[in-house]
Design a protein around this ligand. Sequence first.
Ligand code: GLU
Length: 451
Amino acid sequence: MTAMLTPPVVRFAPSPTGSLHVGNLRGALINWLYAKSAGGSFILRMDDTDAERSTTAFADGIEADLRWLGLDWELLVRQSNRTESHNAAIDRLRAMGRIYACYETPEELTTKRGLQLAQGKPPVYDRAGLNLSDDERAKLEADGHNPHWRFLLGQEEVRWDDLIRGQVHYDAGSLSDPVVIRSDGTPLYMLPSVVDDMEMGVTHVIRGEDHVANTAEQVQIFQALDGDVPVFGHFPLLAGSEGEGLSKRLGSLALKDLRDEGFEPMALMSLVARLGTSDNIEPVADLSELVSTFDISHFSRGTAKFDPRELRRLNGKLLHDTPFDQVVARLGDLGLGEADEAFWNTVRPNLELLPDSLILWKVIHGPIKPVCDDLDFTQKAADLLPAAPWDIDTWKQWTAAVKDATGAKGKVLFLPLRLALTGLDHGPEMKNLLPLIGPERAKARLRGEAA
Ligand code: GLU
């Protein structure tokens, strides 16, 4: 299975228990860029061992989100299909005495932790399960207690050279032996993740810093199973623009929502790829440019802030440089199948999001309610409209004529004309808009009629 994967081999391992959000994207993108910038391979692994919370719909949604962003994968793995390998590893660890049965209920564990904390001790599991005799275990099971299983951590210090955090030392004695098998016999995330990383030849595990303690434990599981310990990298989690945790606003930052709102994938990628790095955040139109400029050593350990306003700004900047042929299909999807290059070139400097072009289409093609505060003036201007055909010089010629006839100039001349012709006090350049609006609608609007 792993023969075709060229190193470095990385993986993005979401649990399909929800939709991907911007924070998840950071993990996916850093891994993807790490692999691509070094000619390596990217595995998409669905961590779906939690059968109750994982759904196919969420898994499909994750695939759709990544495809939208252009983040392709060399291999797709579903942990739920790999039970045999997971069970074989469990058998090996059990035979070595590295996993042991525990019988505490969640309530009992909470009480134990409370007592330890009250005595000023760290809330580390006391290994009561390890000290049970065979008779005691048999009795507990006869009484209907199903065991869960913990991995027995070695007491030595765990060290690794983290791609982002540098030298990390972790005293395994300060950690509780992790639960690796639930009382219903199914494995929890910790162990299958190591087994899959080993069997798929994952060389680099890059994930959020909320996994640092897991790494200390998983390094020992790799070692117990005689696996090659991968290189680890832990990036800081994203915070909102005010420094608040992103989770508060995850709803509004789901990738599928951003897609539905009409954001450009590359706006999102330009921002997320360089947040929290020493690189400049600027609109990048092509993934290959993000690949060629990627360097994991540029990531800082400080919290990176995600500002949705910055995303909008980047989105607008990208659109302003996007040629018509690259948006024509999407304009069609928005219902603007008749939009042509002249329309696109007129409106794009004013767009933040592509769907804003619907508003500008309406401004041109109507019907809109003109704003005519001085009907006398705009009617006079209507009478001075030149004969067709119109082009981009028409606006200049016409407004010069209106100026001569009325004496109005500057804002007093231009603003009432814009308001009458578009219903708005701002928008694309009038010299471009006027020929698109055309003589018929222009005349009607200047006379105060909806058109
Ligand atoms: N499924 C885990 C998560 O989403 C994966 C962590 C890892 O990358 O190992 O947090």
